[in-house]
Design a protein around this ligand. Structure first.
Ligand SMILES: [Zn+2]
Length: 231
C-alpha cells in the first residue's frame, strides 16, 4: 500500500507572495467536482500547536503546524487521507489557504489513491476455527445473490489473503474470499459477495461495473469505505 504522499511547495515564501499578487487565475472547470468531494472530509484532529480549518466549498480540511522550516509543505496521510501542512512562521494563514486551494486537485488525487489501497494486514491472524463460521455465513449470501443477479452459482473458497478481500476468476467461475472477512459484519461480507459476483458480468471496475453495484447495492461506496476502515 502506498505510504503518505507529500508535496513540497517548490518555492520560497517570496514566490508564494508572487502567486498571491496575481488574480486568482483561470480555474479549470474539472476542479469543481473534486473540490465538492472534499467538502465531505471530516474534520482533522487538533495536534499541539496546530490549527484546524474546516472545509468550505473550495478548501479541503487541513491542519497547520508552524515549524522553523524553509518551505510550506502539504502532506496527505494514509490510511484516512487527512491533510497536514507544515509552514514557516512568516507565511500567513491566507497564503497557506491559497496554496491548499491551488493544490486541491493534487490532494484529491492522492486521497483517492489512498482510498483505493488494499486494507492493511491485521495485527493478529484470524483463528482457524472461524473458517467454517465464515463459510456458513457466505453460503446463504451466495444462494441469495446468484439467484437475484440471475447467475449460475460459481464455486468459491475461503483463503488467507494479505492484500485483498476477495478475488474472482471469471474463466474458472471461482470466487475466493479472504479469511479476514470473518471479522467483518454481514453487511460488509455481503458487499464483497456482490462485488465478486458482479465481476462475472464485468471484468474491470469501470462504469458498467459501478452501475451493476449501484443497481444491487445502492450504498456500496459507503460499504467499501467502511470495509477499508476509513470510518
Ligand atoms: Zn473487483
Amino acid at each position: 500500500m502506498p505510504g503518505n504522499c507529500s508535496l513540497t511547495l517548490a518555492v520560497n515564501s517570496s514566490k508564494v507572495e508572487n502567486t498571491l499578487t496575481r488574480p486568482s487565475g483561470p480555474r479549470k472547470k474539472s476542479s469543481v467536482p473534486v473540490m465538492t468531494a472534499n467538502t465531505h472530509i471530516h474534520r482533522v484532529r487538533l495536534g499541539v500547536g496546530a490549527t484546524t480549518y474546516s472545509s468550505r466549498m473550495t478548501l479541503p480540511a487541513y491542519t497547520v503546524t508552524r515549524k522553523p522550516v524553509k518551505y510550506t509543505r502539504i502532506r496527505v496521510h494514509a490510511p484516512d487521507g487527512r491533510v497536514t501542512v507544515t509552514a514557516p512562521r512568516h507565511v500567513s494563514e491566507r497564503e497557506i489557504a491559497q496554496f491548499v486551494t491551488q493544490k486541491a486537485a493534487w490532494i484529491a488525487k492522492h486521497q483517492a489513491r489512498i482510498a483505493a489501497a488494499p486494507p492493511p494486514p491485521e495485527a493478529d491472524p484470524v483463528p482457524e476455527h472461524l473458517r467454517p463460521v465464515l463459510y456458513a455465513r457466505i453460503g446463504p449470501l451466495m444462494d441469495y445473490w446468484t439467484q437475484r443477479m440471475g447467475l449460475e452459482p460459481p464455486t468459491y473458497a475461503v483463503r488467507r489473503m494479505k492484500t485483498r478481500w476477495g478475488t474472482c476468476n471469471t474463466q474458472r467461475r471461482h470466487v475466493t474470499f479472504a479469511l479476514e472477512l470473518a471479522r467483518r459484519d454481514d453487511e460488509l461480507l455481503e458487499y464483497v459477495v456482490v462485488h465478486e459476483l458482479a465481476h462475472l458480468f464485468e471484468h474491470n471496475h469501470g462504469p458498467r461495473f459501478k452501475a451493476i453495484m449501484t443497481r444491487y447495492l445502492p450504498n456500496w461506496l459507503e460499504l467499501r469505505a467502511r470495509l477499508n476502515g476509513r470510518y
